[in-house]
Design a protein around this ligand. Structure first.
Ligand SMILES: *Cc1c(COP(=O)(O)O)cnc(C)c1O
Length: 456
């Protein structure tokens, strides 16, 4: 039997359906929309039950296969996932049946490693096959840049340019990007994350730059979302009681909503999710939307201590709206309303302010010995609010995602808990490495000049 390839369509609906390879290498659809699978693949309850006896990379293979059938031969996919996922995914029991899933054991100690490592390897795979080349442009509020830079470092045929807001990242986050070199260039901007993202978007829309073969590694790329479904399957499979009707609650600290979309995709593939707690910081445009049904982006975004979530208009929202039957363009305009009742049934959206984020870092440690950093604290605080608000019964399986290692935010942890968290091996030795990056004035022409001068 001929393998039928899954096709991917733009959320804007005005460009042709493409293969996974094209969606991955392009990033954004020509009509400005985001690629989504034309049909959602699914797992039977029996297949999901089998995950309980599988290792992480085996589950990643099973999920990947559903999307890449006919595009990447099984033996190549198996090598890619084994190579990408060679680190642990701890599930830490905190209270009752509530767990924290630590997604911070990859090479840059951020959950973004899960997506970046898979995406880098897949891009490399396709480029090698076709003798292609790419220039990846990515804007970062801290963690994306280092995860992408690390995942693409030293790859053939791919150059990477990372833009970051100089005042919004920690020293350690900066050093994770600026100490690499080779095919990785880093640009510091005196502005906000949104300014960085705007420059990158403008470059993608600039036909003068077509010859550079620009691509994006931001969470608009479907290649990042698919790997982010895997840990939802994994954690449920490892923690379930065995009851075939069991459902799970996930709490997801959210910024651009790529992580959450991974979870929503897992749910639509058959994962029995009772509720997603969508926990944002003070950038509360989504919780407001869920409440009122009226979406308004937040300009400018608010600066919070969970800096990777300082997003006033999450780039993945059009995907979410589409999964609930609606249509939203990249600017946040809704031309067809999603099913708000279903959104409210599946999601509990909550905004956690900085004061409560800090308080939770302190309480969680003192009461349960649970060490959280600001992003994970937003997730855990959101979960606690949900459990209380909706009078969730004892024994309900709940999994809160910790998206970065506390040692990435030593200043905050020292201030709140009075100790310096121990560095994971991947972050050790950074202090001694030499940094190299350029300062760039904000403004598109300056950025464009940089690209045309340095790349051909
Ligand atoms: C990027 C990031 C988030 C937010 O993830 P999204 O997919 O953008 O919602 C949360 N925590 C940390 C540490 C991050 O780096």
């Amino acid at each position: 039997m001929e393998n039928k390839k899954l096709l991917f369509r733009s959320t804007n609906g005005n460009s042709p359906a493409v293969s996974f390879e094209q969606a991955l290498l392009k990033g954004l659809a020509p009509d400005g929309g985001l690629y989504m699978p034309e049909e959602m693949p699914s797992f039977s309850p029996e297949e999901i039950l089998e995950f309980s006896n599988m290792e992480y990379h085996e589950i990643a293979f099973a999920v990947g296969k559903k999307f890449l059938e006919g595009e990447v031969p099984e033996e190549d996919l198996r090598k890619i996932v084994m190579d990408a996922y060679d680190y642990k995914v701890p599930l830490e029991k905190v209270i009752d049946n509530q767990f924290v899933m630590r997604l911070d054991r990859g090479p840059t100690a951020s959950f973004k490693d899960f997506a970046a490592r898979m995406m880098g390897r897949l891009m490399q795979y396709f480029l090698n096959r076709n003798n292609g080349k790419l220039l990846i442009l990515t804007a970062t509020s801290g963690d994306t840049g280092s995860a992408i830079a690390n995942a693409f470092y030293g790859l053939d045929n791919v150059e990477v340019v990372v833009l970051f807001p100089e005042k919004e990242v920690t020293d350690r986050q900066r050093k994770q990007m600026t100490t690499l070199g080779k095919n990785i260039s880093i640009l510091a901007l005196d502005g906000k994350f949104d300014d960085c993202q705007a420059l990158v978007k403008q470059a993608f829309g600039d036909s003068d730059l077509d010859y550079l073969n620009l691509s994006s590694a931001n969470s608009i790329n479907i290649g990042r979302l698919i790997p982010q479904t895997v840990y939802y399957f994994y954690s449920f499979a490892k923690l379930r009681s065995g009851d075939i009707n069991e459902q799970v609650v996930f709490s997801v600290p959210s910024g651009n909503f790529g992580d959450l979309c991974g979870g929503l995709i897992a749910k639509s593939m058959g994962l029995p999710v009772k509720k997603f707690v969508v926990a944002t910081n003070e950038n509360d445009e989504y919780p407001k939307f869920v409440k009122s049904g009226f979406y308004e982006k937040l300009v400018p975004s608010r600066n919070c201590i969970s800096s990777a979530m300082n997003v006033g208009h999450p780039s993945n929202i059009p995907r979410l709206v589409q999964m609930y039957g609606g249509k939203m363009d990249e600017n946040g305009n809704i031309s067809q309303a999603p099913d708000m009742d279903n959104i409210r049934k599946d999601m509990y959206a909550v905004s956690i302010n900085d004061a409560d984020t800090e308080l939770m870092i302190s309480d969680a440690y003192k009461e349960h010995g649970l060490l959280l950093e600001p992003h994970g604290s937003v997730g855990w605080a959101g979960l606690q609010k949900f459990v209380k608000d909706e009078a969730i019964k004892q024994g309900q399986l709940c999994i809160s995602l910790e998206t970065a290692h506390p040692a990435k935010f030593p200043e905050k942890i020292i201030e709140i808990l009075s100790f310096d968290p121990e560095l994971p091996p991947s972050l050790q030795g950074l202090e001694d490495l030499e940094e190299s990056y350029e300062h760039l004035e904000t403004g598109y022409e300056v950025f464009k000049n940089f690209l045309t001068k340095n790349y051909s």
